[in-house]
Ligand binder design. Structure first.
Ligand code: AMP
Length: 465
């Protein structure tokens, strides 16, 4: 994933405001990436950038926000998809053109032909300093033909394939761009005279901005003192927002395609209860992501909702820590179980997804150690059998437990008394969208565009070595 945000405020506005608003907007996008954070800002002449490894609250100190004062800013929270987790790959990334000056870029997604584009650009004499596909996007724009950034952006994008929600900043304009497939979200908002774009509208609300609309698939929006103008429409014939945004990635407090994510997740839980009922005494969520789904399951089934697991809110999303070893330990570090709720009970535990299968087993064991008599695992999405090439670091295909095992084997592997997955049809029904409006490739293998199956997160890293 990754969170992106951009703010353009009019010439007369308080110069300390964009960076401050950005800081709080990035806090609201922290769930989309916890490895590094950064802000690039402009005073209309130069670009300044602060980016470091760590959480938003650790990355920026008061003097940084002072140094970033100006009229516009872009910001980023990173979770690595292509390129490893290290400071050179942190964003916003800046490229320089001798005629047009500097361009800062923040990217959420994954450019699936980054390797080929990189080779082509190197053959043209472009030098690369990082292993990230974002630098390929930035250099493709910087070296495209055209006398203005507008022209270069519009010329470069058709040569790139995959997913990108981009914010670009030059001293004279902010750009918000969604890939032609519309895989990652991006929306436009307004606060007073300022224009704001963000991955999710909950970040707009956090800073008191009103949501105006989604940036459309393939839309290239330029924002300056004259307001937002669509300078190109590159939408593909087939588009699809990632359904996993509905399942897990987006904040429950956001809207996707005009629908509340919380309400969609509740509905998923209700449909799951219809599809996979259980004889049980209590329904508990795996917090936090499955809370709305467990509320829905409990309401539909009539089984009382209780909290049986308490999550340490300071430990972060286990998945985002990049090694399997860290992930394995963090399951135990992350949850405490409530014996009062669980002792002697038949428990339905609702989670949003099973990916590698490393979370579910320890959770079932934790519940049983705290007295659960039976544990019925209910999962609010279908089995994940296919790798994501469009910006979710899910795992290689052979690491996905459902690509190797059938449901009976998975149930035995995690030690649950029963296991039920939401059907594809049930998940789609809960989102209110049609198959043509969403990318469901991780469940179906039906990718929006052809993908190279051997593409891995570290492909550019390996080339650099
Ligand atoms: P796993 O242990 O690999 O099966 O991961 C499943 C758990 O990770 C579930 O509890 C999800 O809430 C969470 N999860 C699923 N997908 C992701 C993702 N792409 N990034 C971070 N966490 C995830």
């Amino acid at each position: 994933m990754c969170g992106v945000c951009g703010i353009w405020s009019p010439a007369m506005a308080d110069p300390s405001e964009p960076a401050r608003l950005m800081f709080f907007a990035l806090y609201a996008l922290q769930h989309r990436g916890q490895e590094s954070a950064g802000i690039a800002a402009t005073d209309g002449r130069d670009l300044r950038v602060v980016r470091r490894m760590g959480l938003v609250g650790q990355v920026f100190a008061e003097p940084d926000l002072g140094a970033l004062s100006g009229r516009a800013a872009i910001g980023h929270t990173r979770y690595s998809t292509t390129g490893s987790s290290r400071i050179e790959n942190a964003q916003p990334m800046v490229v320089r053109d001798e005629h047009l000056g500097e361009l800062a870029l923040g990217h959420n997604g994954n450019c699936i032909n980054a390797r080929e584009r990189r080779d082509e650009l190197i053959a043209e004499g472009v030098q690369f300093s990082t292993s990230s596909d974002t630098e390929v996007v930035a250099q493709a724009i910087a070296s495209a033909p055209g006398a203005t950034w507008d022209q270069r952006i519009v010329a470069a994008l058709p040569s790139l394939a995959g997913a990108w929600s981009l914010t670009l900043l030059t001293p004279t304009a902010l750009y918000a761009i969604r890939d032609p497939l519309g895989v990652r979200p991006l929306c436009l908002g307004r606060k007073g005279d300022a224009w704001i774009v963000a991955s999710e509208n909950s970040a707009l609300e956090t800073i008191g901005a009103a949501t105006i609309r989604d940036v459309r698939p393939g839309e290239v929006l330029r924002i300056d003192d004259r307001g937002p103008v669509t300078i190109a429409d590159l939408a593909a014939d087939r588009t699809g927002l990632c359904v996993f945004e509905h399942v897990y990635l987006a904040s429950a407090s956001s809207d996707l395609g005009g629908r509340s994510v919380y309400a969609t997740r509740e509905r998923m839980g209700e449909i799951l209860a219809e599809e996979h009922p259980a004889e049980a005494d209590v329904v508990i969520p795996v917090p936090d992501s499955a809370i709305p789904a467990a509320v829905g399951y409990a309401r539909q089934s009539g089984i009382p909702f209780r909290e049986g697991l308490i999550k340490n809110r300071y430990i972060g999303r286990t998945f985002i820590q990049p090694t399997q070893e860290l992930r394995r330990h963090s399951v135990a570090l992350k949850y405490n179980a409530l014996r009062d709720v669980l002792d002697g009970k038949r428990v339905v535990v609702v989670d949003d997804s099973i990916v590698r299968g490393s979370t579910s087993g320890p959770i079932v064991q934790l519940l049983k150690r705290h007295g659960a008599r039976e544990v019925h695992l209910r999962v609010c999405s279908p089995p994940i059998r296919h790798q994501c090439f469009f910006g979710v670091d899910m795992a290689q295909r052979d690491e996905l437990i459902a690509s190797r095992m059938d449901e009976t084997a998975i149930r035995e592997h995690v030690g649950a008394d029963s296991l039920g997955y939401l059907s594809l049809e049930g998940m789609m029904r809960a989102t209110g969208a049609t198959r043509g409006e969403l990318c469901t490739a991780c469940f179906t293998g039906d990718y929006l565009v052809p993908v190279q199956l051997e593409l891995t997160k570290d492909v550019l890293e390996a080339l650099r070595a």
